[in-house]
Design a protein around this ligand. Structure first.
Ligand SMILES: [Zn+2]
Length: 402
């Protein structure tokens, strides 16, 4: 995807790697132990997800927990009762003077725009959308972000210092095998800062990813996560405080942590109250939020309408592919099968065609510059986080421009 402000960081150099970084790059990691992975790969008999996805479970007939949950969504969850419960909750929070009464963490993507417009149009709430800016905006992401505001939503956008965020992405890639973790810290915690600043007591997140996409199925009946649950599911077991030991000053991490003073805020999943169907959110967002899909497919998959905002995204998905053998096409195809949009045979063909595609050389050049890693250092990170049991010596490799 085309970045918007590619030149924005080019020429702004990051400090060189620390001795910890160098040491960490040459470490051997047992990825199976770290993520508690089953050593025998099994694919779900209904979708195309495998048992290598962390925390997913399979039943005796070989069906994954996400498919079981989707079956339950269609057969036994009483959505009418849940919507009634949502109305009762919203009645307790709705402002009478038009002031903001609910925060919707939102990028302007199809799902968060859907949630914000539903709250505004159907439930007569006064949402404030809160955006945590991507590392490097893509053109289509920035367009959709602007469009959801122009179509009638108020917005506050948090953007962390590029010097800090770039270093964090680099540290996180080296130490955790995912450059995306700092984005998640901010995505989880920036709405809390907005809640405090604007005195808003309700946050409506989109979906419970553990339930919808495969993860810990004990979360399926949760209306929202408590603070400790959000830490274990959203922070990969590495709380933000841990970065203090890695050379980051407390003030550099303030947006990535909850506000220092305790605030009273309730945090819910919209997906608990409404049957979560990404395809219908897409149609809804096109109609009400002026959402546009990308004209071309995203790297590593066939889809054009999800996760479009961040030009470094291909590296998040690529490192997931290296660690778990699960790429972006697998994730997209698995939930499209569950949603009934494609058949399993078609999903398998899409996975075979796109899943192992590494980031383009343009994306690799951009990421290397963004994270302040030489090509060699980036290749060392790839080597460190490649699961040898899954790939042997067949792992996909990075390409750079000549
Ligand atoms: Zn499945």
């Amino acid at each position: 995807m085309k970045p918007v402000f590619e030149e924005g960081f080019a020429g702004v150099k990051l400090p060189p790697l620390t001795s910890h970084d160098h040491e960490s790059l040459s470490q051997n990691i047992d990825i199976d132990v770290k993520y508690n992975l089953n050593r025998r790969v099994v694919m779900c008999r209904h979708c195309v997800m495998t048992n290598q996805r962390p925390r997913i479970s399979f039943d005796l007939s070989g069906i994954c927990s996400a498919c079981k949950y989707w079956e339950r969504k269609e057969s036994s969850i009483n959505w009418g009762a849940r919507e009634e419960r949502l109305r009762q909750i919203l009645d307790n929070y709705r402002s009478r003077d038009g002031s903001f009464d609910v925060i919707v963490p939102s990028s302007g993507g199809k799902d968060s725009s859907y949630v914000a417009y539903m709250l505004k149009n159907k439930y007569n709430m006064h949402p404030l959308t809160v955006t945590w800016a991507p590392s490097v905006y893509t053109e289509i992401g920035y367009r959709n972000f602007q469009q959801h505001i122009h179509n009638g939503l108020d917005n506050v956008c948090f953007t962390a210092s590029g010097l800090v965020h770039r270093r964090l992405c680099r540290s996180s890639l080296i130490d955790m095998g995912d450059p995306f973790q700092p984005f998640i810290y901010g995505q989880v915690n920036s709405p809390l800062h907005a809640a405090k600043a604007f005195g808003i007591a309700l946050i409506m997140d989109g979906e419970n990813g553990e339930a919808e996409y495969g993860g810990d199925d004990t979360t399926e009946n949760m209306e929202g996560f408590s603070e400790s649950e959000s830490e274990s599911y959203w922070q990969s077991g590495t709380p933000v405080e841990d970065w203090l030991n890695r050379g980051y000053a407390p003030e550099e991490l303030s947006f990535y942590q909850p506000p220092k003073e305790a605030i009273s805020v309730r945090r819910l999943f919209f997906s608990y109250f409404h049957n979560w169907k990404p395809q219908s959110h897409y149609y809804y967002a096109c109609q009400f939020a002026g959402f546009h899909p990308n004209p071309i497919r995203s790297e590593g998959t066939y889809s054009k309408y999800s996760s479009l905002d961040d030009a470094i995204d291909p590296f998040h998905y690529f490192f997931g592919l290296l660690k778990f053998g699960i790429g972006r096409a697998t994730s997209d195809a698995a939930h499209e099968v569950r949603e009934g949009l494609i058949q399993r045979e078609e999903a398998l063909a899409l996975v075979n065609k796109y899943d192992r595609e590494p980031p383009s050389s343009r994306s690799a050049d951009l990421f290397s510059e963004y994270a302040g890693l030489t090509r060699n250092q980036l290749c060392l990170a790839v080597k460190k986080w490649t699961n040898k049991r899954i790939w042997g010596n067949q792992a996909p490799e990075l390409n750079f421009s000549p």
